[in-house]
Design a protein around this ligand. Structure first.
Ligand SMILES: [Zn+2]
Length: 454
């Protein structure tokens, strides 16, 4: 009987411990902001029409453990509505005295942060290492993990090709490219990606470039390989030539070999990106265009053009094409919305990102909404870039300021939905963009919610 009692006691203790654990987990998950610190100040009671006491309580923030919405780094002021203390200001002040001593952890909801709402006692707890560990564990579990290259790496742990890449033994890597069948390449752990750069299949032999990104023990190394597609070789050309001269017979086709299926490695360059050479070629052509005889005296035959400018130029050229399309096609708007809907149905998130950057903010906003609807978490870093850099999309000046404001509003809504955060629309007077201000406050909050694992 004693044993049975002990068992009941043990089960009861275990259940109690479990209940406490899940209670703290529920509190953590229900909070928008978790901070440690203490109360440093409390205002006098302000009695509202209903006879409720309102206080402004100032917290001194020691650490921010978690935030789904913007919160000050140092002092937070909270309205504290106290229903139970209408005639007990002294009792409330006594409670506040307690929170002025030692370290507390505050589990705050956004309604307490942005509008006067009552703090419950269980939202304030003594900061213990256990609670701290629990918060960090939940934060780690909830972290959004973005992996743009999540592919099945099927090669064995002992793969010699990957080992050669890791050790940067490039002659060996090249040998694999030349002689062995190593496809599909992206199944190898140390090949991050492989992209066809361009291929010309007009006449054989033709050439094809493929760009690679390798993972070596020293980091990422770009490379590109150039292949000849198809093989053609003529022989004894004097025979068909003579036949043609004497008898007008066309016999050339009998005097050559060809193999359209042959792939020959012609070039293998490591630590050199094909895109870099493309930009430098473009750079030279711009320099030539801009350098006339009068400027040669000042800058020499090759005017210095920074690579950054070349990139911007390349991008703005294609942006401008979007804008011209918009002007010349009467049903462009209808087509653009239809196109975005199609992309959304097919989950084509990268093309949706391009549309989100459209020069017309209405189409951009529509694409941003689509990204939120299909929960495209891989696009969070791109959307944060748009938010940080501002958007150079003012090509169509006929559109109202409102269209731009709605664009920013949708951008923070999309980022909020993808990260599980909340952006508070700050009121900003005198024509400053309220949505841009809200974005500036929310940027560090969004950034704390994800990690890119590439
Ligand atoms: Zn491998």
């Amino acid at each position: 009987m004693k044993k049975f009692g002990l068992l009941i006691f043990l089960v009861f203790t275990l259940l109690q411990a479990l209940a406490q654990t899940s209670a703290i987990e529920a509190t953590i998950n229900a909070s928008d902001v978790i901070i440690s610190g203490k109360v440093i100040d409390c205002s006098a009671a302000m009695i509202d029409d209903l006879g409720t006491n309102n206080y402004i309580v100032t917290l001194d923030v020691d650490s921010i453990y978690l935030r789904n919405t913007f919160v000050q780094q140092q002092h937070i002021q909270l309205f504290w509505k106290v229903n139970g203390y209408e005639n007990e200001t002294a009792a409330f002040q006594k409670k506040i005295q307690m929170y002025k001593q030692g370290k507390w952890v505050f589990f705050i909801n956004r309604i307490q942060l942005y509008s006067s709402a009552q703090m419950n006692e269980d939202q304030i707890q003594v900061l213990t290492p256990e609670i701290e560990a629990k918060i960090n564990a939940i934060k780690q579990t909830n972290l959004i993990r973005i992996n743009n290259y999540a592919q099945n790496k099927t090669c064995p742990e002992s793969c010699k090709f990957c080992k050669a890449i890791s050790q940067e033994r490039w002659h060996r890597v090249k040998r694999y490219f030349k002689h062995k069948t190593i496809y599909p390449l992206t199944a190898h752990r140390n090949v991050k990606w492989a992209l066809p750069d361009h291929d010309i299949i007009l006449t054989l032999p033709s050439f094809m470039t493929i760009r690679y990104m390798f993972n070596t023990s020293n980091g990422q190394v770009p490379a590109y390989a150039r292949y000849q597609v198809g093989y053609y070789h003529s022989f004894a050309s004097w025979i068909p030539w003579t036949l043609h001269k004497l008898f007008h017979i066309q016999a050339y086709r009998y005097f050559h070999f060809e193999n359209t299926n042959k792939l020959i490695l012609r070039k293998f360059n490591v630590k050199q990106d094909a895109a870099t050479s493309y930009i430098s070629a473009y750079q030279q052509s711009i320099a030539r265009m801009l350098t006339d005889s009068s400027l040669i005296k000042v800058y020499g035959p090759n005017m210095p053009i920074p690579a950054e400018l070349v990139l911007l130029h390349l991008v703005s050229e294609s942006e401008f094409r979007f804008y011209l399309d918009y002007q010349s096609m009467p049903d462009y708007a209808q087509r653009a919305y239809q196109y975005i809907d199609d992309l959304k149905n097919k989950d084509q998130i990268y093309t949706l990102c391009l549309m989100a950057f459209h020069t017309n903010p209405d189409f951009g906003r529509y694409a941003l909404k689509a990204l939120a609807d299909i929960r495209a978490i891989n696009t969070i870093p791109f959307l944060i870039q748009i938010a940080e850099q501002g958007r150079p999309a003012y090509a169509n000046s006929d559109l109202s300021i409102d269209a731009h404001e709605h664009y920013w509003q949708q951008l923070s809504r999309t980022l909020d939905e993808l990260t599980g955060c909340y952006t508070y629309a700050h009121h900003v007077p005198f024509g400053v963009s309220g949505n841009l201000t809200a974005i500036a406050f929310s940027l560090p909050v969004w950034k704390s919610k994800y990690v890119v694992l590439n």
